[in-house]
Each structure stands twice: as C-alpha cells, then as structure tokens.
Design a protein around this ligand. Structure first.
Ligand code: NAD
Ligand code: UDP
Ligand code: UDP
Length: 336
C-alpha cells in the first residue's frame, strides 16, 4: 500500500539537518554589545538563519536594526529565565548583563539569569540535539593569584561579595554545561571572555573603556578608579566574535580563554585615550568599588593551539575605531 511507503514528514529541524544546508542558530543576548556583532557576522553567511532571544535589559533593538525584517532573521522578546521552545542547530548563549553597574543593579536577577537561564538553554539543547556555546568570563578567576591566567587555574572568588552574583553565577553555569555534557552527551563549548570593547558598547554602563571614551568626547575628566595600577587586557569586538565562531565550529569543549593578552594599567589606558581622542582632557583619581581584581591577563596558548586564533587589533588601533560610533550617539562631531 502506497500510503505506508510515503516518507514521514520531516520536522523543520531534521529537514535542515538532513540537507546540511541551512543552519538555524539561536543567539541569546543577541541585542547586546557582543551579541549584535556576532549576529552581523553570522548573517553574512547566507546559509545561516538567526533567531535572537533577548529581554532588552541591557541590549537594544537598535543594535539589530539592519536585520529586522530580513527573511533569515527573527527577533523574540524573551527572558531566558523562562523556558523557550524553538528548533535550532546551534545556540550561542550570551544573555546576561556584563557591566558591573548593571549586574549589581538586581543581583538576584543576575544569578537567576546565569543559573536558570543556562539550565533552560541546556534543556533546549538536549531536546533538539543542538550544540551550545556559553560566554563565560575571566571573572571566574576572581582576583587571580596566578598571572597570566590559564584555563587550569580554579580561581580566587569571593562567594558572598557584591560581584558574586556574576562571578559565581558564571561558575555554576560552567558546571551545568559540563554536567549536561557528561550526563546527557550535550555538545558544549565554553569561552572565557576577557574584557572586550568596541562600537555599540552601552555609553553609560560604567565599563572603563566606554566611560573613558565618552568622557574624552564630552571633555569631562577621565575617572581612574584608585589605585589605577590595577590591570586589564582589552580585546576588540571583531577579534572576539572571530574567536567565538572558531570555538563553536571546532572540536574542543573548552573552557578556552578568548581575550587580548596586551595588558594595561588603568592609568595607561587613560593616557592612551587622552592622547588618541582628546589631548586636552584631565585625568583624575576617584574611589574604587569592592573586590576589584588587581590584575588580569589571559594566557591564550590554548586558543592559539586549538583554534588557530589570536587577536589582530591592538588597543591603540581599536580605540579610534570606537570613537566615531560614540561621537554619533553622543551628538558631538569631531572638531575640524
Ligand atoms: P550586554 O549587556 O551588552 O549584552 C547582554 C545581552 O543579554 C543584552 O542584550 C541583554 O538585554 C540580554 N539579557 C540580559 N539578561 C537577559 C535575560 N534574563 N534574558 C534575555 N536576555 C537577557 O553584554 P556583552 O558585553 O555583550 O556581553 C555578552 C556576554 O559576554 C555576557 O554573557 C557576558 O557575561 C559575557 N562577557 C562579556 C565581557 C565583556 O567585556 N563585554 C567579558 C566577559 C564575558
Ligand atoms: N527547557 C526549555 N526548552 C526546551 C526544553 C527544556 O526551556 O526546549 C527547559 C525546561 O523548562 C527545564 C530546563 O530546560 O526547566 C531543563 O530541561 P531538562 O529537560 O534538562 O530538565 P527537566 O525538564 O527534566 O527538569
Ligand atoms: N575603572 C576605572 N574608571 C572607570 C570605570 C572602571 O578606572 O570609570 C576601572 C575599574 O576599577 C577596574 C577596571 O577599570 O579596575 C575595569 O572595570 P570594568 O568595570 O570595565 O570591568 P571589569 O571590572 O569587569 O573588568
């Protein structure tokens, strides 16, 4: 009987997997700073369909405006602490506020986003057989006692401090990723992202690079938090996106550090911004916040060996690339 021989109707997911042509990709937190640059890169590939799920806490539709209405793009207002049912092949799970001002604003929500949000995305990955990448953070190393930080270092984190909702939240998210991998065979990827900067950073989110650039453009003093000798290593966003995609497409679960090993004190950063953007501006010292890590620099040996990745853009080249975007949004055109 011919009805019995008719092939079953494939589900959209199986169908796309069968032909290995289209890849449907979910980006949580895709309306944010790194997420929107990732979406731009993924959309360049005509075989990708991209779904963004974001609750717009720190992100904005504006960051995605060039894709709204595109046939391969979908934007969903969704909070990852609630279950999500979609059919996808890959999940880039970025949803989580990244700036200390925003993640400390509602710490309980931050930890829910990290823990329940990651649990939900893992449940989704399990149900549909998707590969999932978590954007973890160098903050899992806390105030590190080894320098530079390698992935094998377990960290020095205060479990009850004001940063803990973020640091410990990401540590639990990493644990959940590995437990789903070991227990349910989920394909996981973990990126430990170090400080990243570039166009579309939130202007008033309090992070140091966005603060200094906005201050330099507005001709306000650059606020170096004491003592100013604390260090960070800053990665330009296009390098970061490149690293994340290589990690997703490669065969290693991670965790893998993705960051730029060029290390600067906050005083040096302020001096660079002053020289490159506004030589007239003053640099002042202001009070710091609790538990500020004293030094941070990634060891990227693993990323180089396993992903063939290293950053290309030096800080002094990256800072001017942000300037035009900030000037436009602040409405302060360059003189001359
Ligand atoms: P961002 O704040 O610009 O973007 C985060 C996005 O997640 C925003 O669009 C926000 O609205 C969304 N979001 C927050 N909570 C959500 C929730 N409950 N449900 C749905 N969406 C939610 O931050 P970013 O700098 O683009 O960071 C992206 C990811 O990278 C984060 O996971 C962050 O922890 C990680 N990371 C960033 C840095 C950095 O320097 N930027 C460093 C380490 C790790
Ligand atoms: N989940 C989801 N989307 C899915 C499948 C699951 O958001 O497509 C959520 C689900 O609501 C649950 C979590 O992911 O809270 C973990 O799912 P899992 O199946 O691993 O655990 P269980 O549902 O058995 O607790
Ligand atoms: N910082 C600063 N001035 C500012 C904002 C931040 O000197 O206006 C310092 C802050 O004390 C920290 C470093 O810059 O040592 C990085 O802070 P940020 O909030 O950007 O990121 P994170 O602490 O998460 O690395």
């Amino acid at each position: 009987n011919s009805a019995a021989k008719a092939p079953p109707t494939p589900s959209p997911l199986r169908f796309s997997k069968f032909f290995q042509s289209n890849m449907r990709i979910l980006v949580t937190g895709g309306a944010g700073f790194i997420g929107s640059h990732l979406v731009d890169r993924l959309m360049e590939n005509e075989k990708n369909e991209v779904i963004v799920a974001d609750n717009y806490f720190t992100g904005s539709k504006d960051n995605l405006k060039k894709w709204i209405g595109h046939p391969r793009f979908e934007l969903i207002r969704h909070d990852v602490t609630e279950p999500l049912l979609v059919e996808v092949d890959q999940i880039y799970h970025l949803a989580c506020p990244a700036s200390p001002i925003f993640y400390k604003y509602n710490p309980v929500k931050t930890i829910k986003t990290n823990v329940i949000g990651t649990l939900n995305m893992l449940g989704l990955a399990k149900r549909v057989g998707a590969r999932i990448l978590l954007t973890s953070t160098s903050e899992v190393y806390g105030d590190p006692l080894i320098h530079p930080q390698t992935e094998s270092y377990w960290g020095n984190v205060n479990p009850i401090g004001v940063r803990s909702c973020y640091d410990e939240g990401k540590r639990v998210a990493e644990t959940l990723m590995f437990d789903y991998h070991r227990q349910h065979g989920i394909e996981i990827r973990i990126a430990r992202i170090f400080n990243t900067y570039g166009p579309r950073m939130n202007i008033d989110d309090g992070r140091v690079v966005s603060n200094f650039i906005a201050q330099a453009i507005r001709n306000e003093p650059l606020t170096v938090q004491a003592p100013g000798t604390q260090t960070r290593s800053f990665c330009y966003v296009s390098d970061m996106v490149d690293g994340l995609i290589r990690l997703m497409e490669g065969e290693n679960t991670g965790p893998i550090n993705i960051g730029n090993p060029g290390e600067f004190t906050m005083i040096e950063l302020a001096e660079n911004v002053k020289e490159l953007i506004n030589p007239e501006v003053k640099i002042i010292s202001v009070e710091n916040t609790p538990d500020d890590p004293r030094q941070r620099k990634p060891d990227i040996t693993k990323a180089k060996e396993l992903l063939g990745w290293q950053p290309k853009i030096k800080l002094r080249d990256g800072l001017p690339l942000m300037e035009e975007d900030f000037r436009q949004r602040l409405g302060v055109p360059r003189k001359n």
